[in-house]
Design a protein around this ligand. Structure first.
Ligand SMILES: C[S@@+](CC[C@H](N)C(=O)[O-])C[C@H]1O[C@@H](n2cnc3c(N)ncnc32)[C@H](O)[C@@H]1O
Length: 277
């Protein structure tokens, strides 16, 4: 995320820093919950948290994550940095967590789904995820969703094939984890990372490519897999959207587009959607 080529993080950082008061204004001073889907280290969310806290906004913070360590570290850091902030970490999958929040709390929600996480879904899966999100929220709740925009294809491809090989190492780490967690015998030197971008449908697709014909044993499955030379495993989607596609997706999934915030280069958008029921 700190690579100069990986523009996404800096863009969203710029947007949240610039529009934090405008985002707060949209909630209209009611008591609300700031629900963070896949909070992680909440580095960017902290821009909003600090601002809301300093302005004594009537809110509590509900970070949701499936990673226990991440949530514990986040809670510790918030206790130190923003003492007194009401925080309710929820260790659960997104929709289980939203269901639990709805059953226990009736406050208005501002839900964050940052980092262009939605780009990791195929377009069909993104639509069904957002429809499920709409079903899980109440009329008038707000969703701030970070989405990477279509742009110069060369800039996009460099973000996913960086010069330092960090993205490659990230992708190959999947194989390392198969070795350590599933008892695999993959030789990491026999695999290479490859990413391409399709400017028509906006899909960045990342692959791991077998550099030679090889057999791979995975003990926990008690199975051997054969790979031809240059056979590819598709590992990740990172879809890019146009502003029109984002507006259409909002309406099709039951939301009203309230605001579209962008960085100064118009590389990335954080769209604020209101649930309509
Ligand atoms: C890449 S981090 C994003 C952190 C932060 N929101 C950002 O935009 O920088 C994604 C986080 O989502 C969590 N996560 C992934 N899938 C999830 C799911 N289905 N339910 C809850 N958390 C999930 C991961 O554990 C991880 O901490």
């Amino acid at each position: 995320m700190e690579l100069p080529e990986y523009y996404l993080t800096n863009c969203e950082w710029e947007i949240l820093g610039k529009y934090k008061q405008d985002i707060l204004n949209q909630i209209n001073e009611q008591p609300f919950q700031l629900v963070d889907l896949g909070a992680g280290d909440a580095k960017k969310t902290k821009l909003l948290l600090e601002h809301f806290y300093q302005n004594e906004a009537p809110f509590s913070y509900v970070p949701i994550d499936i990673n226990r360590d991440v949530l514990e570290e986040l809670e510790d850091s918030l206790n130190k940095e923003l003492p007194g902030l009401e925080t309710t970490p929820v260790l659960a999958e997104y929709f289980d967590a939203l269901k639990w929040i709805n059953e226990t709390q009736k406050q208005k929600k501002l839900v964050l789904f940052l980092g262009s996480n939605i780009g990791n879904f195929s377009k069909k899966a993104a639509a069904s995820f957002l429809l499920q999100m709409h079903d899980s929220l109440n009329n008038g709740d707000l969703l701030l969703i970070g989405i990477d925009l279509k742009k110069d294809p060369y800039r996009i491809i460099h973000a996913y094939s960086d010069s330092k090989g960090v993205t490659a190492a990230f992708n190959i780490n999947l194989l390392r984890r198969i070795n350590t967690e599933l008892g695999g015998d993959l030789d990491l030197d026999k695999w290479t990372h490859f990413a391409n971008y399709n400017p028509v449908n906006g899909a960045v697709k990342s692959y791991l490519i077998s550099c030679e014909s090889q057999d791979v044993q995975i003990n926990s499955l008690n199975k051997t897999f054969h790979f031809e030379a240059f056979e590819a495993i598709h590992t990740e989607y990172s879809y890019k959207y146009s502003l029109n596609e984002i507006s259409t997706m909002a309406v099709q999934c039951g939301f009203e587009e309230v605001k579209v915030y962008m960085d100064k280069k118009s590389d990335f958008s954080d769209s604020l959607w209101r649930v309509v029921k």
